[in-house]
Design a binder for this molecule. Structure first.
Ligand SMILES: Cc1cc2nc3c(=O)[nH]c(=O)nc-3n(C[C@H](O)[C@H](O)[C@H](O)COP(=O)(O)OP(=O)(O)OC[C@H]3O[C@@H](n4cnc5c(N)ncnc54)[C@H](O)[C@@H]3O)c2cc1C
Length: 509
């Protein structure tokens, strides 16, 4: 770890931008399996290894979603009025350092879909060993019904009463429809983030330098080649030369950095006065997320006080999965879950909220730059519920029906208390699941909207890669933290020329 006042190195074989889920998994894997110099640049702070005890308590406490290191991003609401908060963490570990810790890996179907779309090496049989390895690195544990809180048990029982089978394998690639305790990456109440999982084991490697508090302004590109990065550090501008640049700034900031660096739709870049280095119309398009509807409740008297006394009560500890009438050939496309107490990540919500999610959502949003280039945060419009065939709204309306039948079950009804109606009907105010993906889509060179190839290589620019959730061609049907870590490790394996299946057997990360 670099002392914040230390000077940054002037060169690294690989400069990684962003130490979130994808960036940490990428850098940890590359550092372990090569001797090349790696400089991991993170805009937020690095509080050091977990064992040093310097991390802020709120970022460790898995009972709530802290917003102390938030980027303050927003999207237009689906109702068209007001804005929707998009929580996003600026800290080593990225969003894994403030997320709900539920551990999903998606289903076989979507990885085979990625491979069939022209992305060799991404089929389920290729990535499954990496997903298993990533699950181990995050110290994911399964839970029994006895370990749940009474409201969580009531939620599971309500799902079973409506016909969902009990499930205790929700973190498995073969998981089917069902409801049960959600496996989580929480160790003794501590959110076990990607920095702990992938960087702590390699912090003493001489080839890895981790630098927090470094804002990358743009990538230096000339003659079709990435040559370095322009950064701001301790209030000063600096330049770092790089053998290769790997972008892992997440699904909002990775496309924004590409645009700032002249990689994107040429009309958009020209309108902003940015010289075009590579005309890629897909940069910042195809922004995906799992759209949600929500039902709020007042909670039985004293509920939040009771929950606050429990040692831990993480967000989404129970999840139900169901198949809508328009589901693809995968196992489910609906999530239902309950957020109780302070841990919603959206201050001001009523004490208990039930959510229904469309887990293969197809509506496509966008990330563009603010016309005032001094404004760093990009303009984000998720356009929830706008896919032309109406698939997302059909799934969400069936998720709502499922929730309504669960709410009618007496045990859950007693816990929930009175319904608190929102200003709009649930389907008129679709909300986010905080799983942005797809804004630098991976695809074959024949796909004009693809931004990267199957090695994470940015089309048209040599020495430039993307290794985070933004490259997902379609969104995986569960919470996406583990699949994103898999992406980071998979891109590193590709650069190293290692078969990803072999990497997990030999890795000491
Ligand atoms: C509130 C919330 C709850 C969630 N709950 C769950 C859950 O329970 N389970 C689950 O599986 N998933 C969950 N997710 C989703 C999951 O955590 C994210 O999808 C995942 O962490 C994204 O990884 P990433 O590498 O793509 O991006 P990030 O983790 O966002 O990493 C990007 C990193 O790049 C840095 N960066 C950005 N711009 C720059 C720049 N210019 N210079 C330097 N650094 C930069 C950022 O500070 C950040 O650290 C949740 C997300 C949120 C926000």
């Amino acid at each position: 770890m670099m002392n914040p006042m230390e000077q940054l190195p002037s060169f690294a074989d690989t400069v990684v931008i962003g130490a979130g889920t994808g960036g940490a998994a990428f850098a940890g894997t590359l550092a372990t399996h090569s001797n090349e110099t790696i400089l991991l640049l993170e805009a937020g702070p690095d509080y050091g290894p977990r064992s040093d005890g310097q991390w802020p308590a709120d970022m460790l406490d898995a009972r709530s979603i802290p917003l102390s290191h938030d980027y303050d991003l927003h999207s237009r609401r689906s109702s068209g009025e007001g804005t929707l908060d998009l929580p996003r963490a600026r800290i080593l570990g990225g969003c894994s350092a403030h997320n709900g810790c539920t551990a999903s890996v998606g289903a076989r179907f979507e990885y085979d879909e990625w491979a069939a779309a022209g992305n060799p090496g991404w089929a389920a049989s290729d990535v499954e060993p990496l997903l298993d390895w990533v699950r181990d690195r995050f110290r994911v544990r399964r839970y029994t019904m006895d370990e749940l809180t009474p409201p969580q048990r009531a939620f599971v029982n309500a799902g079973i009463a409506t016909g969902l089978p009990f499930a205790d394998d929700l973190d498995h690639i073969e998981a089917a429809e069902g409801i049960g305790p959600m496996p989580v990456n929480i160790v003794d109440g501590t959110r076990f983030n990607s920095a702990f999982a992938f960087l702590d084991p390699v912090r003493d490697r001489p080839n890895l330098t981790i630098a927090g508090g470094v804002d990358v302004q743009r990538i230096d590109i000339a003659d079709g080649e990435a040559r370095g990065v322009f950064v701001r550090h301790n209030g000063n501008d600096a330049y770092i030369k790089a053998g290769r640049v790997v972008l892992a700034a997440g699904a909002y900031h990775s496309p924004a950095l590409l645009l700032r660096s002249g990689v994107g739709p040429s009309d958009e870049l020209s309108a902003l006065g940015i010289a075009v280095q590579a005309a890629l119309p897909g940069v910042g398009k195809h922004l995906l997320d799992h759209a949600c509807i929500q039902l709020d409740f007042a909670g039985q008297p004293g509920l939040t006080d009771e929950l606050a006394k429990l040692p831990w009560n993480p967000d989404e500890q129970t999840v139900g999965r169901a198949k809508s009438s328009v589901c693809d050939d995968g196992p489910y496309d609906i999530h239902v879950f309950m957020v109780a107490g302070e841990n919603s990540g959206h201050p001001g919500l009523p004490p208990i909220t039930l959510y229904g999610g469309a887990m293969r959502a197809r509506s496509e949003g966008s990330v563009t730059l603010n016309a005032d280039l001094d404004v760093v945060n990009p303009v984000i419009d998720h356009r929830y519920g706008t896919d032309p065939a109406g698939y997302d709204r059909t799934v969400l309306s069936e998720a709502l029906e499922l929730l309504e039948s669960m709410v009618a079950q007496p045990e859950l009804a007693a816990v929930l208390g009175d319904h608190v109606p929102g200003e709009n009907a649930p389907l008129d105010d679709i909300v986010n699941y905080c799983h942005p993906a797809g804004s630098c889509k991976m695809g074959p060179a024949t796909d004009r909207t693809a931004v990267v190839g199957s090695h994470g290589n940015v089309y048209g620019i040599s020495g430039l890669y993307v290794a985070d959730a933004s490259i997902m061609p379609t969104i995986t049907r569960g919470n996406i933290n583990l699949p994103t870590a898999m992406i980071g490790a998979r891109i590193a394996a590709g650069l190293l020329g290692i078969d990803p299946r072999a990497l997990t057997a030999t890795s000491t990360v």
